[in-house]
Design a protein around this ligand. Sequence first.
Ligand code: NAG
Ligand code: NAG
Ligand code: NAG
Ligand code: NAG
Ligand code: NAG
Length: 419
Amino acid sequence: MSVSDVPLLPSSSPHLSYALPTMKSHSSTLIAALALCHQSLSSPTYQTAPDHPSNGICTDYKIEKTIDFAELQWTDPPFKTSFDVVDLYARMASKDPAVFRPFAETPRNVSKTYEISATFCRPKNGTDAGEKTVLVATHGAGFDRRYWASSYLPEKYSFVYHSLEAGYPVFYYDRAGVGASSRTLNYTAQPEPQIQLLASMVRDIRGGQYTDSIKASKIVLVGHSFGSFVSTGLLNKFPDLADAAVLTGIAFPNPSDIVNILGKYALTVFGGRLISDVPSSSLPANADSFDDSHVAFGDIYSYAQAFLHHPQTAPDVAVANYTFSITQPLPVSEFASLGNIDLRAPDFAGKVLITAGQYDVLCGGDCYATFDAGVQNTTIFSNEGAVVETFVQPGAGHGAVFQEDNGARERIFGFLGSV
Ligand SMILES: *[C@@H]1O[C@H](CO)[C@@H](O)[C@H](O)[C@H]1NC(C)=O
Ligand SMILES: *[C@@H]1O[C@H](CO)[C@@H](O)[C@H](O)[C@H]1NC(C)=O
Ligand SMILES: *[C@@H]1O[C@H](CO)[C@@H](O)[C@H](O)[C@H]1NC(C)=O
Ligand SMILES: *[C@@H]1O[C@H](CO)[C@@H](O)[C@H](O)[C@H]1NC(C)=O
Ligand SMILES: *[C@@H]1O[C@H](CO)[C@@H](O)[C@H](O)[C@H]1NC(C)=O
């Protein structure tokens, strides 16, 4: 079955599922005819490691991975001005899929080498060694691994800090493209290599690598937004690699959900400005390491519209300020290719917790209704053995970890205790 048969995709990544041919629809003869190209991706100059949480014993890793995959080939003209970006966004949001076909019909087999910058932390007051459930966290678009480990009021906003308090070691990394990992240049950013890179690191972690003195007895994938899509894509392709998943900032609407239309516009608030058009005061320090296939939020209000539900008090604005300062540019091709992954994981028989802020844009601003439709059970994690739980974080938007907790942590760590 191809991804375009999946009803949920229009919601999360509306434009894509209509507009794109799927990998699975390409004939293997065509794919076989494609040339294999090999390319080594240059490392960015930005090497700042995130602050380590005070309650962890942390090790930074540089992980080099070469992966083979069928890469979508971008065919739209490169952006020259921000008007080109807003035009692309307008076409992405159109009801008519024919106006948005940015990729060639046939992908190309490539072999690419990436350097991934990662951090592993184990609890300071835990045991030095031994078997533990390890969390493997993948951030979403617009951020790097610092999404999980806010150094601003960590006891309020750092997922890693709280995981360590609860006794869970965490492996978190900059996805290829951002932070201190290799860049994905020239409209090549897309989910498939992200899934393969994550799968490869999870296999290594199972084998005892990148976890200091800890041996992973169980592995739980933790995702936010695009990182939840990547984690779900992994469970589709490799259902036995992980024991459980905590997917945050994601929702799976049914085909009649109005979010299938609204969601298209929602994505357009995620950064629609060429970096060169944004004043440096609104750009991350490493902005000049990204090429013009990346866009920036433009200003804090655009960021807040996508991630936060109405900051009102001074403390709300302070966390908005801090979290905006740790955003990263977004590669446009990543959104544009999201519909190419199959998110159904019928063979995964583990436990899943799906959680989103009440006002998350991916639910069209109402996650209670979206979760109530039950697509996450019936269509995505449909295995009889799978246990699927949902939690809506009251009052929060898409960047739920940066908003009032309102029971989210209790729910997440309660769930982890049951894995
Ligand atoms: C491209 O990849 C596909 C899928 O892995 C494979 O079947 C095909 O043989 C590959 N083509 C070439 C030219 O390597
Ligand atoms: C570690 O210490 C914190 C606070 O001192 C405590 O709440 C927590 O339960 C401890 N965790 C473990 C695994 O001992
Ligand atoms: C990026 O794509 C353009 C054409 O769109 C090409 O001229 C250029 O060489 C490419 N750059 C890299 C680094 O691949
Ligand atoms: C947020 O940042 C703006 C712009 O730098 C600043 O004027 C404002 O005082 C900050 N607000 C808080 C509460 O930190
Ligand atoms: C979804 O999964 C939950 C937890 O396993 C279960 O309680 C619920 O009945 C399921 N709903 C559907 C529609 O399958």
